[in-house]
Design a protein around this ligand. Structure first.
Ligand SMILES: *[C@@H]1O[C@H](CO)[C@@H](O)[C@H](O)[C@H]1NC(C)=O
Ligand SMILES: *[C@@H]1O[C@H](CO)[C@@H](O)[C@H](O)[C@H]1NC(C)=O
Ligand SMILES: *[C@@H]1O[C@H](CO)[C@@H](O)[C@H](O)[C@H]1NC(C)=O
Length: 487
């Protein structure tokens, strides 16, 4: 099938779905039916119109949308709402400064026709689009949205590059406000997609403050010095299918030691980072808000050996973070006083490990299970404790188990061992395997004499992660021991 045929059959399917939907919902009287037919025609027309507009950029130098403000919530406003930045004078060759032109397009889009509200205080822009038309634009000031309280808008399809005088604390795309009487949430359902953001080693890529349901999708963010993406307040910023790196490299870079900056910095709850590659930065992701999900993330930013960190969980005392299906590549995870942390189905390569860092000595509700670790036979432990601020004192519900290693040292909160001998004393030392020093909460053992006899025996001591079993008489025997630090 050709592309056109595909598009038509797709349209047909959509139409069919639409028709069956309305038929299912309403009484199919004749009048109603005609009305629906009309609606269908309009629907189809709008589809085709949009399509043709997307293909042929507006030749007129004036902006394509009608800039009149919305008269009322339910009015159907004529004309498409695609704002082409070249219509505003933006230079797609990246030579001339396009800041004012793109800001004007953003401003017009934000003040364009609206269709009711999303959250209270957030006007619905109906899916308006700011189209970068595949251009490369030079930007000298943050593109800070000039109006707040708007939602359902997309910016897509091009490259933004910071100029040599871009402020070093700025972000190319800035969803924030300096207004004092802003609503609780500044924006809702803003989509930033198919963008390359080049911070030119001056500041960051995207800032999202106090916003709801923001999508950052298929973006490539590079040359940042602060944060590639900074999220604060609000919730449900979904960062997906994107690539972030301070330096453009494919690994093994000569200047890796000098990588700085953070690719993704999230100070907020309920966000998600999925299917993202972080190819250079000092820290891949810093989280300091709860209930965030990290999934399918490949970190090969600065290696641990050079002082880098893949994922830094800075939420001591209440972590509530899930890291799953990810790939930590020569750089690891640090969690401060983790409370409710789940790390699973993740691959750690190049001696990458997980560090639990004591702040107030608390660790509770941690699962580190079903991961794979691979290293270079240097005896690196897969889970390590940083107790430089004091020892972990409160340890509860910690499960480090069912991980596998190749060329690294397995650590676990569950240990099993066997000791054979001919004597009265059997000692199994679990220090090589157990994560926490001097902590055994549960012991089970089996005394198995190789002679056909009954032998009196007892558990004598379990201190310092060593289990000592004594028999009343000297016998050849095997003693099997299982210990648990978790519960
Ligand atoms: C890396 O940083 C060090 C110290 O700041 C500096 O001396 C060195 O020139 C840098 N290397 C490169 C390749 O930029
Ligand atoms: C165990 O030790 C005792 C005393 O030294 C000895 O008599 C006995 O033969 C040993 N048993 C085995 C199976 O080595
Ligand atoms: C267990 O052994 C340690 C030395 O390893 C000792 O300090 C402690 O008193 C022993 N506990 C008991 C109950 O014997």
């Amino acid at each position: 099938m050709g592309k056109r045929a595909w598009a038509f059959s797709l349209l047909f399917l959509v139409v069919l779905a639409y028709l069956s939907h309305v038929h299912g919902d309403v009484h199919p009287g004749k009048k109603q039916h005609d009305h629906q037919k009309k609606k269908m025609k309009a629907f189809k027309a709008s589809f085709i119109r949009r399509d043709s507009i997307a293909k042929s950029p507006s030749p007129s130098p004036s902006p394509s949308p009608s800039p009149s403000p919305s008269p009322s919530a339910v009015t159907v406003t004529p004309g498409p709402r695609v704002y082409h930045v070249t219509s505003y004078g933006a230079d797609p060759t990246g030579k001339l400064d396009s800041t004012q032109a793109i800001l004007q397009a953003i401003s017009d889009a934000l003040q364009g026709p609206t269709n009711g509200f999303l959250m209270q205080g957030i006007s619905n822009l109906g899916g308006a689009q700011i189209n970068l038309e595949g251009g490369n634009y030079l930007i000298s000031q943050p593109l800070q949205f000039p109006v707040v309280g708007r939602g359902n808008l997309m910016i897509h399809g091009g490259t933004l590059k910071a100029s040599d005088n871009f402020p070093t604390d700025g972000y190319l795309l800035d969803l924030s406000t300096s207004s004092n009487n802003a609503p609780e949430y500044f924006f809702e359902f803003i989509t930033l997609r198919d963008l390359l953001l080049d911070s030119n080693f001056r500041g960051g890529g995207i800032q999202v403050i106090n916003s709801l349901r923001t999508s950052i999708d298929n973006c490539y963010i590079t040359h940042f010095t602060t944060n590639g993406i900074f999220v604060k307040g609000g919730h449900e910023t979904y960062i997906r299918n994107s690539f972030l790196g301070q330096h453009i490299t494919a690994g093994g870079d000569q200047v890796e030691r000098n990588f700085s900056g953070t690719a993704i910095n999230i100070i907020g709850n309920d966000n998600s980072v999925t299917d993202v590659v972080i190819f250079s930065a000092e820290i891949g992701i810093i989280l300091s808000g709860q209930a965030n999900l990290i999934s399918g993330v490949h970190c090969y930013n600065k290696a641990t050996g050079f002082g880098g960190t893949g994922i830094y969980l800075k939420l001591p005392g209440l972590t509530q973070t899930r890291i799953v299906d990810s790939y930590l590549d020569y750089t690891g995870i640090v969690a401060e006083d983790p409370v409710q942390l789940h790390i699973s189905n993740t691959f750690f390569l190049g001696d990458a490990f997980i560090k639990l860092k004591s702040i107030n000595g608390l660790v509770n509700g941690v699962n580190i299970v079903d991961n794979m670790f691979a290293g270079s036979d240097k005896g690196i432990d897969i889970v390590q404790l940083d107790q430089s601020n004091g020892h972990f004192k409160t340890i509860d519900q910690v499960v480090v188990d069912r991980n596998n290693v190749k060329g690294m040292n397995l650590k676990s909160t569950i240990g099993s061992g066997v000791v054979q001998g001919n004597g009265t004393s059997w000692i199994v030392d679990f220090n090589p395997i157990l994560v926490f020093p001097n902590l055994i909460k549960n012991v089970q053992y089996t005394f198995y004499p190789s002679r056909n006899s009954f032998v009196n025996h007892a558990l004598r001591n379990v201190s310092n992660n060593r289990v000592w079993i004594e028999s009343q008489e000297q016998v050849p025997a095997s003693v099997f021991v299982v210990v648990n630090q978790g519960t």
